[in-house]
Design a protein around this ligand. Structure first.
Ligand SMILES: Nc1ncnc2c1ncn2[C@@H]1O[C@H](COP(=O)(O)OP(=O)(O)OP(=O)(O)O)[C@@H](O)[C@H]1O
Ligand SMILES: [Mg+2]
Length: 330
């Protein structure tokens, strides 16, 4: 495989991020020293099974981790600015404008008693108070058009829209202030397969037209393969592999990534389903050593003793695994 050095600037950098939820039964380590970046204009997928910490990372980037959660360590850099040190007022200014979220279950986050024009208008006016009514209307209609929705949606209530349409309204709201970075948390789950494709295509169109960078959380590996430029694989609060999409799908290196890829159903081969069990340990009590040791077929004493760091083994390709590292060195 040919590796090219990518010089595109990084628009988002997550450095050594840890998030704990402080429960009465101990601290849940939902993100542990997470490191990754997003380059300008790219889509990065964040994948991993339910409960591995994807939403936690998204909320931490936005500085919106809910109590009892807390960022215990790390820095978030967006467009040259570090967010952990900003006040709540400064963060309010920055959200939507620099960093917008399409939240998990976004379509249910729409206010049922407000027309689409009202909720979109409120979101825009919160940042651009002096906007005139006619300009505001034009702007909303343009945004609806940007996500492929007809103008009549402007006057409609959320309950009059299908799931896919509501999801597209949420995408329209995310792009309303032209942010350089959008985080979309499972934007297509809970939709049927055809609608999933439409919503995915809407995101791709938006990305192409606006040149926005995207972090796309999801667990549909097939959809990820078609949409993203790079993939970050998370397991039990830790990133285990981050790499270009072709490398991840053609030559996954981390044993967990291999398991994820193998479990994509294939019509041609009809091979027996490989069972991927759930997390094998309590997130309050991670084992010393590699986070994946209980499920890893290649585990050694070295893996039980120390945690393998996420290391760059090729340009833009990072893996946290002793076995991979020693194979590369051999
Ligand atoms: N408020 C909370 N209190 C305690 N633990 C929490 C809280 N919120 C999340 N967690 C725990 O943190 C871990 C990560 O949760 P998170 O929602 O980030 O996972 P996720 O990868 O987004 O999962 P899903 O794919 O189901 O959306 C989980 O083990 C979860 O139980
Ligand atoms: Mg989630």
């Amino acid at each position: 495989m040919i590796h090219r050095i990518n010089e595109t600037p990084k628009i988002l950098e997550v450095k050594d991020l840890s998030v704990h939820y402080f429960t009465s039964r101990g601290a849940v380590i939902a993100a542990n020293s997470v490191n990754f970046y997003l380059r300008q204009g790219e889509i990065m997928g964040l994948v991993g099974e339910s409960g591995c910490g994807k939403t936690t990372v998204a909320m931490a980037i936005l500085q919106m981790v809910q109590s009892p959660g807390k960022i215990t360590h790390g820095e978030i850099w967006v467009d040259g600015e570090e967010l952990n040190s900003l006040s709540e007022r400064e963060l309010r200014q920055l959200r939507w404008r620099k960093l917008a979220l399409v939240p998990q279950g976004a379509m249910n986050s729409l206010n049922p008693v407000l027309k689409i024009k009202e909720q979109m208008g409120d979101a825009i006016l919160a940042h651009e108070r002096q906007l005139g009514r006619a300009t505001l209307k034009q702007r909303i209609l343009q945004l609806l058009d940007d996500v492929g929705l007809p103008a009549r949606v402007y006057e409609m209530f959320p309950h009059e829209l299908s799931g896919g349409m509501k999801q597209r309204v949420c995408i329209a709201m995310a792009i309303a202030l032209n942010p350089p970075v959008i985080i979309a948390d499972e934007p297509t789950s809970a939709l049927d397969v055809v609608v999933q494709r439409v919503v995915a295509q809407t995101l791709l169109d938006v990305k192409k037209r606006l040149g926005v960078s995207m972090l796309m959380i999801g667990h549909d590996m097939g959809l990820q393969a078609q949409m993203v430029d790079r993939v970050a694989v998370m397991y039990a609060g830790n990133l285990v592999e981050v790499g270009p999409v072709e490398a991840i799908f053609e030559e996954p290196l981390h044993p967990y990534t291999q398991l994820l890829i193998e479990s994509i159903p294939s019509i041609d081969e009809r091979k027996p389903l490989k069972v991927t069990e759930g997390l094998t340990h309590d997130l309050r009590n991670p084992p010393p050593g590699c986070i994946f040791q209980f499920r890893c077929p290649y585990v050694t004493d070295e893996c039980r003793a120390g945690r393998p760091p996420l290391e760059e083994i090729a340009p833009d390709h990072f893996v946290a695994c002793f076995k991979v590292k020693s194979a590369r060195l051999a």
